[in-house]
Each structure stands twice: as C-alpha cells, then as structure tokens.
Design a binder for this molecule. Structure first.
Ligand SMILES: Cc1cc2nc3c(=O)[nH]c(=O)nc-3n(C[C@H](O)[C@H](O)[C@H](O)COP(=O)(O)OP(=O)(O)OC[C@H]3O[C@@H](n4cnc5c(N)ncnc54)[C@H](O)[C@@H]3O)c2cc1C
Length: 495
C-alpha cells in the first residue's frame, strides 16, 4: 500500500496540517492513523486542555522583566501573532462552509495578581504592552470595584484592604479544540482522506534507493490494527508524526539525525470542575495568575469560563502531577522506554538543572483536598469544595534538548523536528500548542515543502486562508484592526 502523506494521530495538529495540504493540493492521497477509536481523545479533547485561545493577553509567564527593569513583551507578541494566524485560518474555513463557528467564543482574558511587587509587575507589563498594537484594547485596574465587575468570583470574600490588580482584554477567546479537530477530520474524510481508527503506528523506517535498491526513497510505516490484531506496512512519501505525547517514540524509530538527542519529561494535570450552575453563571472570564516558584510555566493557575459542546462550564487548575506515561491513554513504561544512549546526557543534564521543578512536582503530587482548596481560594476566596469535582487533564511531554552548557535543557514550548530532505517531520512539546497550530503547521510546511510553498499556486491558496501570511501584523496596525474585525464577524466574536 502506498500513499503520498501519512499523518500519525488524529489530534489538532494532524487535522490542521491535513486541512492545509488538502486545500493546497486536492489530489494528495492522505491517510490518518489513530490508535484510539475516535479523533481528539488525547490532549486536543476539550476537557484535557484549558481551551484558552493563547494570545499573550493574560499569560504572565510570556512577559518577563529585563535586567534593566524594563518589560520584555516579545514572547507575548509572538504568541498573539500566531493566534491571529489561527483566527484567520479558522475564519476562512467557516467562510467557505468547511466548518461551523461553534468551537470558539469570546471570553475576556484577564491577569490577576496580589501583593505590592506583583501589582508593580502587572502595571509595568500593561504600560509596555499597550504600546504594541496587538494589545491596544487591554485595560488595567487596581480598583477593587472595577475588578469586581470584571471577575466577581475573584473578589467575593476577599479582604477589602488586600492590594490587587488586574488586566482585562475583551477580545480573548475560549476554544473547544475537540469539536474543532473532529470537524476538520470529518471534512478531510469527506474530501477523500482515509482515516483509520484503532490503528497504532509501531515503526517508521526509511528506504533509500542507494542502499536498498528501490527507485524512489520512501518511508515505510508499520501499523497495527488493534481490533483485529494484525500489522501492515504503508509506503509514504511524507510522514507527519502528530502523535502528541507519542511523538518522541515514533521519532526515535525513524532515527533521523535531527531527532537523536531529544528526550521527554511528562507532566500530568488535574482540574477542579465546578458542579454548581449558579457559580458557573457568575463568572465569565479566563483569569490567569502568577506561577508558583519552580512551577512549569504551563502550570499557572487559572479560573476559566469554558464553553464545551454548547454548555457553559467553569474550571480551575491545572494542578500538576507526575506520571511516567507520555499519553493519558499511554503506558507507565513510556518514560523508561524513551531513554537512549543518544539522549541520556541531555536527560540527566536537564534533570540536574531543574531541581525546583522536581520539588514543585513532589509538592503537587502529595497535595490533599485541603491544599487544593487553599489554591482555589487564592482565586475564589468564597469557594467550597462541595461545588467542585476533581478531573484528570491531558498529559504533556516537555521537550528535553541537548545543550552545550548543561548537557541538556528542559523546554516548555513546541519544537518542529524535520528530516533534512523534508520527507518527515514531528511535533514535540506542548505549549502554547493548539492555539498556534496553524502557525506551527505553516512553519512545518516551509521546512518540508519549500519549493511548493514558494510556488504561485500554493502562495495564492495560503493568502486566501491566512491573508496576513508572510508579514507581522504588529507592524501593520490597520490591517490588524481590519482582520480582527472581519474574523470576529465570521466567527461571531467580540471584535
Ligand atoms: C492540561 C493541558 C492544558 C492545555 N491548555 C491549552 C490551552 O489552554 N490552549 C492551548 O492552545 N493548548 C493547550 N494545551 C496544549 C494542547 O492541548 C496541545 O498542544 C494539543 O492538543 C496537541 O495536539 P496534538 O494533535 O499534537 O496532540 P493530541 O491531541 O494529543 O493528539 C495526538 C494523537 O495521536 C495519537 N497517537 C499517539 N501515538 C500514536 C501512535 N503510535 N499511532 C497512532 N496514533 C497515535 C493519540 O491517541 C492522539 O489522538 C494544553 C494541554 C494540556 C495537557
């Protein structure tokens, strides 16, 4: 069996890449292999992630203080630019009738802090951010009455003399990535892509004409049909390893030089989900705070309004945890089985230089209900545990890379690893993740399909899907305003 493209995993990344490729070349033969019985059942499922349309508005870990005391907002601006790409991509698909806008809605993005130093940080951050057109609608307040209007639960029961501050961004979004992924996959299938559920990819092997006598190089992908317990081989010209936490193992089987020194560190998570409809109704914002010392940046606590499959919901977390699994539906052997001679030094180096993270995870794993309630009460002082239930979030695998100074370094972003000839690529890492899927997949296509990406045909289609492709919106404020207003109209959002 042969095909042009194999996409491994039916999560948001494969769904996004498949949608781009099918639009760019409708004749491409695309096969998607998914080990579970449905799409988006791992990290892309709505309850497995926080559904924040990460735009740099509320995530305090994206802004840091420079040594001279000024604020560095570059990372936040980069994430905001990437989200604008996703917004345009989704709006184009909705405009063409490919998907419905039921997966996204406006939820203000807020940052909330307490204490003198944090209030100073937030004010300076706001002053720096409002100079950037991407953040021009942001508001700041340290007036408790204003903050109470923005986030009543957060101020309910709080000491009146506590020093607090918040920022408010009305154009933030909540995204149900599960619904979006399933819509994209259904559409891919309707347009001719073949989707195989209950098929686990076991091995990826390169056949080269020089060494093995075949005429054109190809990847042989070995898949196991889990329901009927047999294996088969598929030949593919291009393979994308979009297997989320499962990507590292598959990259290791492909054994490309570019992928040899990577390791992975799993971080699990839990949410508190509110079960009281009155409380859920009382809150309509995503409120992000500051991460605890040693906490990985994506473990910043937040009190989040969600809209999942049409229902309003409220969650708090994530509480981090540790499990050696790389996928929520994975195996406890995932971490030990990822160890190789080639990634041992980076893994040890990263471990030795992340003792605060280890301490933080031990503290998180051993916490009691009372500890969880105490964390929730920092954001909702009047909270009572009887109104909340504990649920398990998705599993994240942080990237560990080789590093000259320390041997290895733990990264919290995402990393596209591509073979030099562009015939295979994998996506490792977790954050900001799903929100920036369109931008990540454009970068991947630039690496893997450089000639086609430069061609007039592909350029035209990409410009139709993402009108701002190729330039930075922060440098074109008029276009930014126009695109935000157009995409808001199509996606039914606050402009
Ligand atoms: C707790 C948490 C909170 C998050 N919050 C946010 C947020 O607020 N905003 C945001 O933008 N992002 C967030 N993310 C990140 C986001 O969820 C991920 O970046 C995104 O879902 C990853 O998509 P994916 O397609 O790469 O992986 P996944 O959705 O995990 O999909 C990978 C698929 O591959 C399949 N698979 C694995 N191995 C194999 C194999 N060998 N063969 C066949 N199939 C295989 C899996 O079953 C799975 O279906 C969060 C993640 C977590 C865990």
């Amino acid at each position: 069996m042969s095909t042009d493209v194999v996409l491994i995993g039916a999560g948001i990344m494969s769904a996004t890449l498949g949608t781009f490729l099918q639009a760019l070349d409708p004749n491409l033969r695309i096969r998607i292999y998914e080990r579970l019985d449905r799409a988006a059942a791992e990290s892309s499922d709505a309850w497995n992630n926080a559904g924040t349309g990460h735009s740099g508005f509320c995530e305090l870990n994206y802004t840091t203080r420079n040594a001279d005391g000024t604020m560095n907002v570059q990372k936040a601006a980069g994430v905001a630019e990437s989200f604008e790409i996703s917004r345009q991509f989704w709006a184009s698909l909705v405009h063409q009738g490919i998907i419905r806008p039921d997966f996204i809605r406006s939820v203000p993005h807020c940052a909330f802090v307490w204490g003198d130093e944090n209030v100073r940080f937030l004010r300076d951050r706001y002053e720096a951010m409002k100079q950037v057109p991407l953040f021009e609608q942001m508001e700041y307040s340290d007036d408790p009455a204003t903050i109470e209007q923005w986030m009543p639960l957060v101020m309910d029961g709080r000491a009146p003399n506590e020093k607090v501050a918040a920022t408010w961004m009305p154009i933030g979004t909540d995204v149900d990535f599960g619904t979006l992924t399933r819509s994209l996959i259904e559409r891919l299938e309707a347009n001719g892509a073949q989707v195989f559920y209950n098929y686990e990819v076991r091995d990826i092997h390169r056949f080269n004409p020089d060494t093995e006598g075949d005429s054109t190089p190809f990847w042989q992908v070995r898949v196991k049909n889990q329901s009927q317990d047999y294996q088969e081989n598929i030949q593919a010209q291009f393979v994308f390893i979009g297997a989320g936490g499962g990507a590292l193992h598959l990259l290791q089987t492909a054994d490309i030089p570019e992928g040899r020194h990577f390791g992975g560190f799993p971080v699990s998570g839990q949410w508190l989900r509110c079960t009281n409809p009155d409380i859920i109704e009382h809150h309509s914002a995503k409120v992000y705070g500051k991460a605890a010392v040693g906490a990985p940046p994506m473990s910043v606590p937040h009190l989040d309004t969600r809209k999942i499959e049409g229902q309003k919901a409220l969650l708090f977390g994530p509480y981090a945890g540790f499990s050696t699994k790389f996928l929520k539906h994975g195996s406890y052997l995932d971490l030990p089985e990822s160890l190789r001679m080639s990634n041992l030094v980076p893994m040890l180096g990263a471990g030795l230089h992340n003792i605060p993270l280890t301490k933080y995870l031990i503290q998180q794993v051993t916490q009691s209900d009372a500890d969880r309630l105490a964390a929730l009460r920092e954001y909702y002082p009047a909270a009572d545990l009887k109104d909340w239930e504990l649920i398990v979030a998705g599993q994240r695998v942080q990237v560990i890379k080789a590093d000259e100074k320390n041997g290895g370094v733990l990264e919290f972003g995402t990393e596209v690893v591509a073979a030099a000839d562009g015939s295979l690529a994998a996506l490792l890492g977790a954050s900001p993740g799903a929100s920036t899927a369109a931008a990540i997949m454009l970068t991947l296509m630039e690496k893997c399909f450089p000639d086609q990406m430069a061609s007039a045909g592909w350029q035209t289609t990409i410009q139709e899907l993402v009108p701002s492709y190729g330039h930075t919106l922060a440098d074109h404020p008029e276009q930014l305003r126009q695109l935000r207003s157009e995409t808001a109209r199509v996606l039914d959002l606050v402009g």
